[in-house]
Design a protein around this ligand. Sequence first.
Ligand SMILES: C[S@@+](CC[C@H](N)C(=O)[O-])C[C@H]1O[C@@H](n2cnc3c(N)ncnc32)[C@H](O)[C@@H]1O
Length: 405
Amino acid sequence: MSVTDENTAEILRVAARGDGVTGDGRHVALAAPGDRVASDATLIPGPHHREPPCRHFPECGGCQLQHLDDESWAAFLTDRIASALAQHGLETEIRAPHLSPPRTRRRATLHAERRGRQVTLGFTRSGSHQLIDLAECHVLLPELFALVQPLRELLSAMLPKSGRSNVHLVQTDQGADVSIDRVSTDSLAEIEALTGFAKRHGLARIALDEGMGPEPRWEPEPVTVTLGGVPVAFPVGSFLQATEAGEAALIAAAREAVGEAGTIADLFAGLGTFTFAFPRAKVYAAEAARDAVMALKGSANIALRQVFADHRDLYRRPVTGEELSRFDAVVLDPPRAGARDQARELARAATPRIAYISCNPSTFARDAEAICEGGYTLDWVQPVGQFRWSTHVELAVCFTRQSSG
Ligand SMILES: C[S@@+](CC[C@H](N)C(=O)[O-])C[C@H]1O[C@@H](n2cnc3c(N)ncnc32)[C@H](O)[C@@H]1O
């Protein structure tokens, strides 16, 4: 090494968007903690720097952190949570992060464009609207990635001549569920091409959205996802935790937080990832997406689970402190915007235990401050890295309230 330690600066941490940061606050792209940067900006890789496995890194916007080893990625997740909490005057035990392995992502949205009969299909380029034509992917499940080239061929005649379509891929109990927007099948030949494609590739379903919402065009058996041992109908476009391992880690944390609760309110319940994780409890499940709540309710009835499913907009009509006080525990898993008003009601509730699942440390920390101001203690945080090599941070936490009596 020609550059001496005296005229290099060490990368100490990774910032929210993935840059390495030196002790004096300089941001350096594609630098890992322990790397050194020379005064002419040469980067000298350190012990935590990894050779990125994918040829599309760093151009592809799907991954930002392939140059980090798992230890540094875990430290990144922990730092993001600790600094979000600190901004709201909070501090607690942050456990070792759970990291989903490569090639396990079971849902993804790719984008497609056509020039003549040439289709580009992939994620958007980092920091731009251009598309990366995926030739490999180290995060997607192999079953889903195997559809990328056949989809290009299918779409070469179907995509509109201009503009971009979204291609949603989800691995379900019956196989891959593919939903494509902004395409139309007008001729019999196109319809046959679509169903032939679905049969040949053993798809669970293919749905097209021609502008009026997605409509299944091929679904030989009703598509389900199994949650807590219960097969739940999977409406097109529904939410599913990004990896099976991540889902298991979030459920394990929620179970630990909730303990032996006999009555649980599951807020922002989706299809029931958490509702069905508590087979012995009576669960009130509230969710705003109508298709999801109907699917949850139908599956709970068939499985004879003690579930009351409520179609409810929790932003307009949060469950009140009085209502929540009737439950032994609350699980909530809101979207990225968090649950500001619901958190205020939680702060007023007497419920002894809360499991909060979040995909956004900033809104979580804001809500956590309100909950703690109401007298709860933030006992621990379990970080979960479901989006391998990305800057997304997910977490599950436990709040408890000591009973006054
Ligand atoms: C992060 S997902 C979690 C879903 C579910 N807990 C799971 O793990 O599969 C957030 C859920 O909140 C729902 N949601 C979004 N806005 C809502 C609102 N205003 N009221 C109730 N539910 C809402 C979404 O439809 C989605 O199902």
